[in-house]
Design a binder for this molecule. Sequence first.
Ligand code: FEO
Length: 171
Amino acid sequence: MAPSVDMPVDINVFSIPHNRMKELVDEYNMMMRETNFHNSGHLKKALALLQSTFTEFKAHEQIENKFIIKRLKLKLRQLSIENDAVCNCHKDSKLLYILDLLRMGHRKLRSFSERRTYVKELREALNEFTDDFLPHMKEEEEVFQPLLQQYFSYDELRALKRRVLQEHFIS
Ligand code: FEO
């Protein structure tokens, strides 16, 4: 169970990047609803947007791994605390699968039936990704952030937040 601690905004390392990630999720969900996938031009445009979005998600994951998760794991190890959620964070990410699928999309635009099969696969993969990604971010905000606050100082977290935002090009 997560430790009960206050969450001051200035040391919350997840909230601002996650606002951006959630905007991107809303954007591609809307795009998937509104795109006419029978039109190959529209499909190409949709693939380009998804490529850019999932490249940003991948960068977000790498920033978290490098600056947050690695440090949190080390701290827990030093204190001999086992935490499977932290240890397995990002291990079953579907990001790489979707990035592969998007690359394949550029080669699968030849016929109507190929396009239809591909779009069905893409839609299912995106739905699965979204179903995992939103609770994943919630867990980071509601479980990992309190752990960070429990085991790192206010100044350490303020500096960490600044670095995380810089890496996301948000500050
Ligand atoms: Fe903040 Fe691991 O997504």
